[in-house]
Design a protein around this ligand. Structure first.
Ligand code: NAD
Length: 259
């Protein structure tokens, strides 16, 4: 069983994990709406999807703006003929000791990481219902959504919140045939980790690269995670083999956090 012929929207698909998910779902046979705030990167990913023989469209949307997320969903239906899978992947990290967090920091990260996922759930579920069919909603949480990580306290709080939204919306939308799940990656070598490592370095004086290597050194399977590793779980959650799973926040981390 496959997702051939389905339509998927992936937020934050311009790079990193979102790009990996978009390409994997295209390889699985879906047409993809690439949504991001970075138009140049979106265009590159769309071209890669078309090279795989699938249709792609791009739409610039800031996930923290509810109207923009709804517009992205409308655009997807109009250009790709429907919507079956919504991946609320876009997110940002912030590295700060609890003592230094400012109201501005909190406002920004809550808007993107929590509200961005909430608007994505709302907009996708409303679209699935108006189209009269079931659907899959898949949200980005993290191992930091299961354990609070030091210097990543507010980020961790947002990823715990994604698990809460995933569980509540799974219950609310179950009767509509909509499943809602989350993926919880570990240490993925994307630009996000380049920035996290740099900020740790500023705060602790650790040489560049040391924090990343320290975290990777703690992974049981002995290597950093790739976007493809994450995309493999999302592919499963997007496909029919996971039809009986809902409300779960599944860890894919090579062995860091055990639940
Ligand atoms: N990298 C990791 O180790 C890791 C681990 C666990 C969870 N995650 C989560 O996975 C997701 C993707 O992470 P990544 O490592 O690929 O990050 P990344 O920073 O490499 O890429 C994020 C993408 O999202 C886009 N984006 C940022 N803010 C946006 C907004 N407001 N609206 C729309 N697009 C926006 C960026 O332009 C970028 O293309 C995030 O939710 C992150 O919290 C990452």
């Amino acid at each position: 069983m496959t997702i051939k012929g389905k339509v998927a929207l992936v937020t934050g698909a311009g790079q990193g994990i979102g790009r990996g998910i978009a390409l994997r779902l295209a390889k699985d046979g879906a047409d993809i709406a690439v949504v991001d705030i970075n138009t140049d990167k979106m265009a590159e990913v769309a071209a890669e999807i078309e090279e795989l023989g699938r249709k792609a469209t791009t739409f610039k949307a800031d996930v923290s703006a509810r109207a923009e997320v709804y517009a992205a969903v409308e655009h997807t239906e109009k250009t790709l003929g429907g919507l079956d899978i919504m991946v609320n992947n876009a997110g940002i990290a912030q590295v700060d000791p609890i003592a230094d967090v400012t109201p501005e920091d909190v406002e920004l990260i809550l808007k993107i990481n929590i509200q961005g996922v909430l608007w994505g759930i709302q907009a996708a579920a409303a679209k699935f219902k108006s189209l009269g069919h079931k659907g899959k909603i898949i949200n980005a949480s993290s191992i930091a959504g299961h354990d609070g990580f030091e210097m990543l306290g507010v980020y961790s709080a947002t990823k715990f919140a994604v698990r809460a939204l995933t569980q509540a919306s799974a219950k609310e939308y179950a009767n509509d045939g909509i499943t809602v799940n989350a993926y919880c990656p570990g240490i993925v070598g994307t630009d996000m980790w380049v920035e996290i490592d740099k900020r740790f370095s500023e705060l602790t004086g650790a040489p560049i690269g040391e924090t990343y290597e320290k975290y990777v050194g703690g992974i049981a399977l002995g290597r950093a995670q790739t976007p493809d590793d994450v995309a493999a779980l999302v592919s499963y959650l997007a496909g029919p083999d996971s039809d009986y799973i809902t409300g779960q926040a599944i860890i894919t981390d090579g062995g860091i956090v055990y639940r």
